[in-house]
Design a protein around this ligand. Structure first.
Ligand code: MV4
Length: 501
């Protein structure tokens, strides 16, 4: 097993990885930018190394700085978390060149899945269903027109180097094709330096359902069921859950089987996610593979009891998977709300700033994966995520009621958050029925704003806010004696660990 792991990330995912390492008896090395000197991941790690100025491209994205910290600290492995360098094949290669284990798949697997046309072609060969469309890269406008006329409109024009919503365009009719093609091509050229294009039939009212896979170095590959991620805004997931309310056991098993086939086709090792689009008739199509641990992994952990991060580390160290497919079962239901420092009443505009007070929810069935604490300043330089609030229940209904309770309990002051938006979704009839697709937020968002502006709702919201404030004042009174004690304990620990003089 590894002796010391460097976590090439920050915030809640860095803290999540540190927790897994602790439980495995592995020492942890944090890296931090100048904006993160006092960050939670720095406090929680055994060692911490500065890696540069606040902008990510001068710190968390600089391979040489991360590797220098790994060398100096004597780390024998690096966990990349998600984002930053997590899906960068060059980073994985340079880790290997320094005899440091990159906790993730091979650089080749990352490359194959990073090129969306290569991935599509490979999936077709592996008998994984893909959206009807072009066979490979389309070179000329005429070829694009031919394919579109064959599959029929509407179509999605997509850049081979795109993904996650970048470099794509919906085209309704042939007349729009030439200008749309020019636009996406030049967009792709400037964003990715690669203007290769492909075309897919547009799937209407699609749901985003993804399957978690896990594989060891001995060819054992399993799926860990699916996550429903259709509640998104501008390609950012907002609420995720597992199991998907849209999927029955037959489709669940079929999607799982296909996801394992997809992973095997690239000799995948570690944790990965196969994204599918599911249409209104429950047909599912491969979209892309994410070659990393994902933000929303906790919902899978909650319904299966599998520690995905610990398993990632174990398989990277050369251990066989500790479970077989038939050992895995779904128990109950889990929902995750991403709590962001952003203002839902102002177009979700980021609202960074100092957290004046924070009392996260807890209690039965509630998990809050946080990267912050009372007094920490949420930086303008990074994703303004505060925490991931996860509720488990024996049924979807219980998970919903538990999440509502947890959202009410969540108290945070000093910055604006999207908590009010989450509370609204968790009462929305379409969310409750499970009958929604990726258009949910675009279609329903106006109602949230209208509700906020209506006088009746205003009175109701004021009453709710007053009740919430009463609860907090009561809790504040109780906290008054506890806080100094907690503070001094913390300082003592920080001093002992050499993080504070
Ligand atoms: C699509 C699609 C409909 N038809 N492809 C968006 C992100 C990228 N991974 C692919 N995306 C889509 N591809 C075809 N052929 C609709 C989307 C899409 C979407 C997909 C998943 C989750 C949210 C979405 C929001 C808008 C569009």
């Amino acid at each position: 097993m590894f002796k010391r792991i460097l976590i090439a990330n920050r915030g809640e995912i860095a803290v999540r990885v540190i927790r897994a390492c602790r439980e495995l008896g592995i020492e942890t090395v944090a890296v931090f930018s100048e904006a993160d000197r006092t960050a939670l991941h720095v406090k929680e790690a055994d060692y911490a190394y500065p890696i540069g100025p606040p902008p990510a491209r001068e710190s968390y994205l600089v391979i040489a700085r991360i590797l220098a910290a790994a060398r100096q600290s004597g780390a024998d492995a690096i966990h990349p978390g998600y984002g930053f360098l997590a899906e960068n094949p060059e980073f994985a290669r340079r880790c290997a060149a320094e005899n440091i284990v990159f906790i993730g798949p091979s650089p080749e697997a990352m490359e194959q899945m990073g090129d969306k046309v290569a991935a599509r072609t490979l999936m077709q060969k592996a008998k994984v269903p893909v959206v009807p469309g072009s066979g490979g890269v389309l070179d000329t406008a005429d070829e694009v027109v031919d394919v579109c006329n064959r599959i029929g409109f509407p179509v999605m024009l997509k850049a081979a180097a795109g993904g996650g919503g970048k470099g794509m365009r919906l085209v309704h009719k042939a007349e729009e094709l030439p200008s749309a093609l020019r636009a996406v091509r030049s967009e792709a050229k400037s964003s990715f330096g690669d203007d290769r294009m492909y075309v897919e039939k547009y799937v209407t009212k699609p749901r985003h359902v993804e399957v978690q896979v896990m594989a060891d170095q001995f060819g054992n590959t399993v799926h860990v069921f699916e996550r429903e991620c259709s509640i998104q805004r501008r390609h950012q997931k907002v609420i995720e859950e597992s199991p998907s309310p849209a999927i029955d056991d037959r489709i669940r098993n079929e999607m799982g089987r296909v996801a394992v086939q997809a992973a095997k086709a690239v000799r995948y090792v570690g944790a990965g996610t196969i994204e599918f689009l599911v249409d209104a008739d429950r047909h599912f199509y491969f979209l892309e593979m994410n070659t990393r641990i994902q933000v929303e992994h906790p919902v899978t952990e909650m319904i299966t009891g599998v520690d995905l991060v610990k398993t990632q580390i174990e398989v990277a160290a050369g251990k066989p998977l500790p479970f077989r497919q038939e050992d895995l079962t779904v128990r109950g239901h889990a929902i995750e709300c991403r709590i962001y420092a952003e203002d839902p009443y102002n177009n979700f505009f980021p609202s960074p700033g100092k957290i004046a007070f924070l009392q996260p929810p807890g209690g039965i069935g509630v998990r809050d994966d946080s990267g912050v604490y009372s007094g920490f300043e949420v930086s303008v330089h990074y994703d303004p995520i505060i925490s991931k609030l996860v509720a488990w229940g024996g049924s979807r209904d219980e998970a919903i009621h538990r999440m509502r309770r947890a959202l009410e309990e969540y108290s945070i002051h000093g910055l604006v958050t999207n908590l009010a938006f989450h509370r609204w979704v968790l009462h929305h009839p379409r969310f409750l029925s499970g009958d929604f697709d990726t258009n949910f937020i675009p279609q329903e968002f106006h109602a949230f704003k209208a509700a906020a502006e209506s006088p009746q709702r205003d009175a109701a919201l004021t009453a709710a806010a007053l009740a919430q404030r009463d609860r907090e004042l009561e809790r504040g009174a109780r906290m008054a004696t506890a806080v100094p004690h907690r503070r001094s304990l913390w300082r003592d620990t920080a001093r002992r660990e050499g993080l504070r003089s």
